[in-house]
Write a protein that binds this ligand. Structure first.
Ligand code: HEM
Ligand code: HEM
Length: 196
């Protein structure tokens, strides 16, 4: 369940992949739904689904951040260079910040007309109303561009993970997909890497 010095625990792993699924899913749905015309059958349903999933994802992210504070961080992998460790740390933090900023701007678009947001028709998140002029348009632009930035950074992040797996042949990708490596094997590999 918990992270160790070498492995991510199953909760961290599930939270990571659930977040990745939500980000790619919400991006695709958002991109698709803004092109729909008034007479399209999903004109209303698609944004409702986008907002509902977005708000459930918010709760998941709050739990993810809480869970992270309770767990050992695995960002200092010995086989990574100092630069890679620093870059990884920065990119991970920027990913977290971008996700929350996108959620907040999405909330500001949706509630600018004083109407709350229904989450799967079960609960309604209240609106605080417009706090600035043209809130819907400004928050819409911020939401759109931050979403593009998030997707670009996520793709770069995934490419970096593949680089570790294919070129460096280290344990970075294996431990986020839950593939366990024997401790002795791991130390033998990382020691070899640090000698180079
Ligand atoms: C939208 C998609 C994604 C987001 C937002 C995301 C976000 C993150 C974040 C925030 C972390 C840091 C975990 C922590 O310490 O709290 C992380 C770790 C990681 N992610 Fe992703 N990720 C995404 C997709 C992917 C994909 C597609 C891959 C693989 C192809 C991947 C591979 C990894 C790996 C290997 C780590 C561990 C890095 C390390 O331990 O240094 N991620 N991800
Ligand atoms: C990580 C989470 C999210 C991602 C990646 C995302 C992504 C997107 C994208 C790509 C668009 C289309 C932008 C465009 O091309 O104009 C969009 C539109 C929209 N999103 Fe999100 N979104 C997220 C979360 C949310 C949340 C939580 C809400 C509301 C509570 C929300 C509300 C909206 C609304 C109302 C639009 C339509 C904006 C318009 O008509 O211009 N989104 N989203």
């Amino acid at each position: 369940m918990n992270n160790t010095n070498v492995h991510y625990g199953y909760i961290s792993i599930c939270l990571h992949w659930l977040s990745a699924l939500c980000v790619f899913g919400l991006f695709s749905l958002g991109y698709y739904m803004v092109e729909l015309t008034y007479y399209h059958p999903y004109y209303k349903a698609a944004p409702e689904l986008h907002k509902s999933i977005g708000l459930v994802f918010f709760a998941v992210m709050v739990f993810r951040v809480f869970w992270r504070t309770q767990q050992i961080s695995l960002e200092h992998l010995f086989s990574h260079s100092k630069l890679e460790q620093k870059l990884g740390k920065i990119v991970h933090r920027v990913l977290y910040v971008l996700i929350f900023a996108i959620m907040f701007s999405g909330y500001l678009i949706s509630t600018a007309d004083d109407r709350g947001i229904e989450v799967f028709k079960l609960v309604t998140i209240p609106a605080i109303g417009a706090i600035i002029e043209n809130q819907e348009d400004i928050a819409g632009l911020v939401h759109q561009w931050l979403a593009y930035l998030l997707i670009s950074l996520s793709v770069l992040h995934a490419l970096a993970a593949l680089k570790h797996h294919i070129i460096d042949k280290d344990n970075t990708l294996n431990r986020i997909i839950g593939k366990r490596q024997k401790l002795q094997e791991y130390h033998a590999k990382t020691n070899k890497k640090t000698v180079h």
